[in-house]
Design a protein around this ligand. Structure first.
Ligand code: ATP
Ligand code: MG
Length: 319
């Protein structure tokens, strides 16, 4: 559904750029916003695109929608080169900061969007009713958008992206500015669309949403794709260690635990220990032999947040 081949984008630092033929060439240098991106998103997938501020997420989205042109490389939607407008016919797009003619009401906005997609009046009215209900905008449907809050504009933007029942959704931070209930609604909506066979590519800073709804995730840092894979590969990687909670620990027992040189932390008579798989059984034997009460043993796995932070930290230490 989406394919990018060595996609690169370099911006000039100053806008408007100083023509290179002028003496001194382009002053201020370049921003290498995207460095040779190769991505493939298949039909029916939900792909979460993560990265810190300025990593190149919106640049990628704008390139695959032909809003901006690449410095080099190519992108295809539905196997059609994005330079061909035909590639966008079945695409719904939510920009990073949606803004519309603010004298329109949500109903009028959707009517306008529906007509530009050549949808007939009855179908627009039906779809508008459904979308406004789904996105909690029914009560505000006759209010001009200038009176909407940020979260309401965001939800109107989502309805706008969905009015023509697109097969591919490209959403730049769909949950931005939404309260927890709004975020939950958007997550449910995306899952519902996936169940209907739609393909979704979205950028986000909300790792929890990505973790719970995506099939695949890409992490971009400084214009480079540092990780791309299934969420299950991240979350179900081998256990990294175990957290063991022990209760009724006396001062004497605690001294013995300290002698074992394990990573531990004491709160009252409870001790929290972190051990590797090799030391776990030995520790349990010790707990049994001292008649301590074993409260919990919890395996610690790598999380998406852990991976994200690790990739950013690595890039900072190598720069
Ligand atoms: N029009 C532009 N002219 C010059 N530089 C730009 C332009 N647009 C983006 N950039 C630069 O390109 C880099 C990538 O920006 P981009 O907007 O793609 O980041 P992002 O990952 O979407 O960040 P955020 O999470 O803040 O939305 C940044 O360094 C940014 O300053
Ligand atoms: Mg962005």
């Amino acid at each position: 559904m989406i394919k990018t081949i060595d996609l690169c984008k370099t911006y000039t630092k100053f806008n408007p750029p100083i023509p290179p033929f002028k003496k001194g060439g382009i002053k201020g240098g370049f921003v290498y916003a995207l460095k040779s991106l190769n991505l493939e998103i298949k039909k029916g997938e939900i792909f979460g695109f993560l990265g810190p501020n300025g990593a190149g997420k919106s640049t990628t989205i704008k390139l695959i929608l032909d809003i901006i042109r690449p410095t080099s490389g190519k992108a295809h939607l539905f196997n059609i080169d994005v330079a061909n407008p035909e590639s966008r016919k079945k695409v719904g797009y939510l920009p990073e900061n949606p803004s519309f003619y603010d004298y329109l009401t949500a109903e009028e906005l959707l009517w306008f969007a529906g007509r530009t997609h050549n949808i007939d009046g009855d179908s627009i009215a039906k779809k508008t009713g459904e979308l406004l209900e789904l996105l909690d905008l029914t009560e505000a449907k006759s209010t001009p958008l200038r009176k909407y809050s940020k979260g309401m504009v965001q939800r109107a933007g989502l309805a706008h992206a969905l009015i023509h029942d697109p097969d591919l959704l490209i959403l730049d931070e769909p949950s931005s500015g939404l309260d927890p209930i709004g975020r939950r609604k958007v997550a449910d909506l995306l899952l519902d669309l996936k169940n209907k066979g739609k393909t979704i590519f979205f950028s986000s800073h909300i790792l929890h949403d990505v973790e719970t709804i995506c099939d695949k995730v890409g992490i971009i840092v400084e214009g480079e794709l540092r990780f791309c894979g299934k969420i299950s590969e991240v979350l179900h990687q081998s256990v990294q260690g175990y957290e063991v909670l022990v209760q009724n620990v006396s001062d004497e027992n605690f001294k013995e635990i300290l002698d074992k040189e394990v990573n531990c932390h004491r709160e009252g008579d409870t001790v929290r220990l972190m051990v590797g798989e090799g030391d776990l059984w030995q520790l349990i034997e010790f707990i049994k032999s001292k008649n301590l009460s074993l409260f919990a043993v919890e395996p610690k796995r790598k999380t998406l947040e852990g991976l994200f932070l690790e990739l950013i930290k690595n890039s900072k230490s190598s720069s």
